[in-house]
Design a protein. Sequence first.
Length: 216
Amino acid sequence: MSRDAQKKLAAEKALEFVEDGTVVGVGTGSTVAFFIDGLARLKGRIEGAVSSSEQSTRQLKGHGIPVLDLNAVGPLKLYVDGADECDPWNRLIKGGGGALTREKIIAQASERFVCIIDEAKQVELLGKFPLPIEVIPMARSLVARAIAEMDGQPVWREGAVTDNGNWILDVYNWRIQDPVGLEAKLNQIPGVVTVGLFAARAADEVIIGDRIRPRR
């Protein structure tokens, strides 16, 4: 089965978690795009969506799905998003598309976080995919030096500006044994906005094709 077919299958399976009369948190990326297309069929049953990126917002609005402000709707029942990597404990690396800060906010605000991926995103140890870190522009060099002292290899994603107006460092050369600990440590560096490790708040369920894997 092709990767696109797996992504579409996972997106369709995630629709089963959508409850009538609720606001759905929606992530970003190619797999989520399939989910948004499916959500369009249910738009008469939901109140609307909270979006993690301008890209997803455009797609949602194109389908006539109301896009709501998280501040106005409060806690969400469900957040559906993809990932760049996923370990056996449903801990993730996210942010390849640059929307990690809003994604992490919505994940934290949601009762259930469902991650939809294809088989290629599964890893035993996080870190083969470079870890994105969103930084305040003036702190780029400061944060990069701190990461280098932790044996990471930071590379500035030149030309990339997040929806929040910030920059991204992609960190290579890490095999992440303790995702929760590393996430906490990186969050303490001044100038770091968000770390692309979703470990303290891992996914509750990961859908791979049509298979649902709960968190260990």
